[in-house]
Design a protein around this ligand. Structure first.
Ligand code: IPE
Ligand code: IPE
Ligand code: MG
Length: 246
């Protein structure tokens, strides 16, 4: 292992992009790229756990990805079901706790059942927490949280004046979890694409041109090294941060 940074991010979020281009470069259909991407997911989960990352949140399918050709959407949904069937036992053996975030109401019943079974089986595991974002959009997440708080106000459980950042955060999909410290995006684009808009407020951002099916432990370690060199100031000055000794 080349990288041995001392300050490992607690929570790493990943936008897994570039499957389609990987396939096109090999004259293969797009779904071959998505299929190849599953191996990178497996490797990334393993590496994250080995390096001491506590939470890993992977963007697998966005609320905007529903606009892709129907054939691609249905092959992706099929791939999620298949990946769950194949991978959940191994995740469980490795003490990984699996959770899904996103709008389940949009997913077909078979996939939701697999998701629920995977979550239930791994619920008591104490190792890496793996969040997989499917049918997820950062704006949807914030709107859902706003609706939840509005409901509490309407029922008299909360007053408008009591609404603060903590209350809104507690109604988001990643409620109760620390924000991502590091965001990795493969595939060359340097944008957020409606991922965790609220939670990424202070994440360090690391972009690579490597396409997702070629992402491996070496790449992950490069991202960790990049992170280890960052001073996180959260609006303070460097002098303040140094004086606080963090
Ligand atoms: C990411 O790869 C996977 C999903 C968004 C589902 P893409 O399918 O976006 O790959 P490119 O960006 O077309 O290469
Ligand atoms: C972001 O990738 C979503 C996922 C990786 C699931 P996209 O390929 O959908 O992003 P854009 O459209 O290039 O911004
Ligand atoms: Mg893409």
């Amino acid at each position: 292992m080349p990288a041995e940074p001392t300050n490992i991010p607690r929570h790493v979020a990943v936008i897994m992009d570039g499957n389609g281009r990987w396939a096109r470069a090999r004259n293969k259909p797009r779904h071959a790229g998505h299929r190849a991407g599953v191996a990178s997911v497996r490797a990334t989960v393993e590496t994250a756990a080995q390096r001491g990352v506590e939470l890993l949140t992977l963007f697998a399918f966005s609320s905007e990805n529903w606009s892709r050709p129907e054939e691609e959407v249905s092959s992706l949904m099929g791939l999620f079901v298949e990946a769950l069937r194949r991978e959940v036992n191994e995740l469980h053996r490795n003490n990984v706790r699996l959770r899904f975030i996103g709008d389940r109401a949009q997913l077909n019943r078979g996939l939701v059942k697999k998701i629920e079974a995977g979550e239930e089986k791994t619920r008591r595991n104490t190792g890496l927490l793996l969040n997989v974002a499917v049918a997820y959009g950062g704006r949807w997440d914030i709107v859902s949280a706003a609706k939840e708080l509005a409901g509490q106000v309407a029922r008299g459980e909360l007053t408008t004046a009591e609404i603060d950042e903590a209350k809104l955060a507690a109604a988001l999909q990643l409620a109760g979890l620390p924000d991502p410290d590091l965001l990795i995006r493969t595939g060359g684009e340097q944008r957020i694409s409606n991922f965790l808009l609220w939670n990424l407020a202070y994440a360090e951002l690391w972009f690579t041109d490597v396409l997702w099916p070629e992402f491996d432990a070496r790449q992950f370690d490069n991202a960790l090294l990049f992170y280890a060199q960052k001073q996180r100031r959260y609006g303070h000055t460097s002098e303040q941060v140094e004086a606080a000794g963090c």
